[in-house]
Design a protein around this ligand. Structure first.
Ligand code: HMG
Ligand code: MG
Length: 299
């Protein structure tokens, strides 16, 4: 199959990238400035916050202030995670226009991450979907552990397909398939996508691959060959899930954009500005830049 002409990048850095940061809670103003810089670099979808319990994820405790503080640009989606009705109500009150629910293909991971079974998680998502859609707010659906689980190991592609289908049927407009702990390899990624796309057309699927084992770019190339055209990335390769042991950064936005530029696939993103945005947050966090492209560009 030929590769797509265009790819939509979903930037998850301000959420997935920062939720896992240890140490003091990052200033709200720094998060907002990062979001502004990402928008300025051409990102049109920025997952900006997460309305989860601050006891579970302290770094996301200022979600409402982050959302309210953004100087919103037209044509840019500033989305947030909402695990339940409490999260959705707070998100709507703060003015969020698009939300995401997050489930998983593994029972143990679902329990550790959101404190319920897969079936219970879907029951919780039902009113979130109904209320959000009635308010004109689009809902994205995540399925985690699609290429491996930190507690259960291998996950059957058929299970990924089943949970994805349930979220899709509930009204999620797109299903983002997470390799939460980055254990996937290209063949595994292809097999998983083939299983899910039997019932959900590829145009409704996204890849959300973490780079723990250094496989994310190869896995994304395999996904592009399958016809997938939406990719979740995190600036400077920040990220991880606090409830998935061993989950390190998401694939770096800079590295994905560089690869897509080389493949002559359009993203609309200005790479030098993106590198600067990554450097801004890296300097603030005082950590190593997880993007090889950013390092090569002299950051
Ligand atoms: P729970 O303890 O079962 O919830 O947690 P509960 O309903 O029993 O409530 C317990 C307390 O939390 C109560 O407060 C609630 O008010 C409060 P208390 O009475 O004790 O003071 N509460 C909330 N507070 C703020 N916002 C809310 C909310 N809900 C309840 N929305 C819950 C269930 C889902 C809340 C909890 O497990 C949680 O917050 N989990 C979030 C975990 C998380 O954020 N993980 C990372 C995101 S997922 C991810 O990174 C993977 C992804 O990137 C894809 C991939 O890589 O695969 C998306
Ligand atoms: Mg993630």
């Amino acid at each position: 199959m030929s590769l797509p002409d265009k790819v939509r990048i979903v930037e998850v850095g301000p959420r997935d990238g920062l939720q896992n940061e240890k140490g003091p809670v990052i200033d709200t103003a720094i998060k907002i400035e990062l979001i502004h810089r990402l928008a300025n670099a051409g990102l049109t979808y920025i997952e900006s916050a997460s309305f989860v319990s601050p006891k579970w994820v302290p770094q996301m405790g200022d979600a409402a202030d982050v959302i309210r503080g953004i100087n919103r640009q037209p044509g840019i989606t500033y989305a947030a995670l909402t695990p339940n009705m409490k999260g959705l109500e707070a998100a709507l009150e703060a003015g969020v226009k698009e939300v995401a629910v997050f489930g998983a293909a593994s029972e143990s991971f679902t329990q550790k991450n959101i404190n319920c079974s897969i079936a219970e998680s879907l029951e919780r998502f039902q009113p979130v979907l109904e209320t959000a859609l009635a308010a004109g707010v689009k809902v994205r659906g995540y399925v985690s552990t699609t290429l491996g689980c930190p507690y259960e190991g291998e996950i059957a592609p058929a299970k990924v397909a089943e949970v994805s289908q349930l979220l899709f049927d509930m009204g999620c407009y797109e299903i983002s398939l997470g390799d939460t702990i980055g254990t996937g390899t290209p063949l595994k990624a292809k097999r998983m996508l083939e299983a899910v796309s039997k019932s959900i057309p590829m145009g409704f699927l996204a890849a959300h691959f973490h780079d723990t084992y250094g496989q994310a770019l190869a896995n994304l190339y395999a996904a592009l060959e399958e016809g997938l055209a939406v990719i979740d990335t995190s600036v400077a390769g920040l990220g991880g899930c606090p409830y998935a042991k061993g989950a390190s950064g998401n694939v770096a936005t800079e590295d994905v954009v560089y690869m897509l530029n080389g493949l002559e696939i359009e993203t609309g993103i200005d790479l030098p500005k993106l590198v600067e945005a990554g450097q801004y947050i890296i300097e603030h966090l005082g950590r190593h830049n997880g993007s090889k492209v950013a390092l090569a560009c002299g950051s």
